[in-house]
Design a protein around this ligand. Sequence first.
Ligand SMILES: [Zn+2]
Ligand SMILES: [Zn+2]
Length: 209
Amino acid sequence: MLGVDYFALIYIPYLFWMTQEKLSLFKPTNQQLLSVSNFVLFRYILGLSYNQWLTKEYNNFFYGLFQLAVCFGFEEIYTYFVHRFIHNNRTLYRFVHKMHHQTRAESFILAFYMSPLEIAIILYPSSSIGLWLCYFYGINHYALELWYIGALYFFLWTHRGISSTTDDLRSTMAKLMPDTEHHWTHHQRPNYNFGAHFLDKLFKTCYTT
Ligand SMILES: [Zn+2]
Ligand SMILES: [Zn+2]
């Protein structure tokens, strides 16, 4: 098992509790089924990549920090430009990304609701590009685990929807979690908020009311 598997075993039940999301295990919707099977597919590809990356393990602490910075930088840049480009190209949008926008980022269970093509063109490359670049020199195992734990943490959380619960324990804890509004707004207004807040600000695609 990978570090991200252990994390998912704790995080997913926590999200169910936190968002009070209902999932009927005996009667899941087609959207939920596709989302879960995409998650399994993504995890499978990740497992193959881990096997390759860890053939060149280099567990230096400072190199690990560098690796995380490279992963973060390339992930943000790749996501912003490729995502924006796909929105501006009708054919690509139709075949790659339209499906994901059929949801309104209203449930973490539907976070992976997308065409498998989107995994191949956006999700996998954006999250792994930094690691493939670092692979030439070596891979810090701990930074690798941390990176994918962080990626899953953000990705599921940013699709959980805007909670209307007010002053109970769940919303108190929600305040400690990252902001979901930026990506949620992208699902409602697809011409804005293509990636990280700072990049949308920089390239003037940030939605402001
Ligand atoms: Zn989304
Ligand atoms: Zn989009």
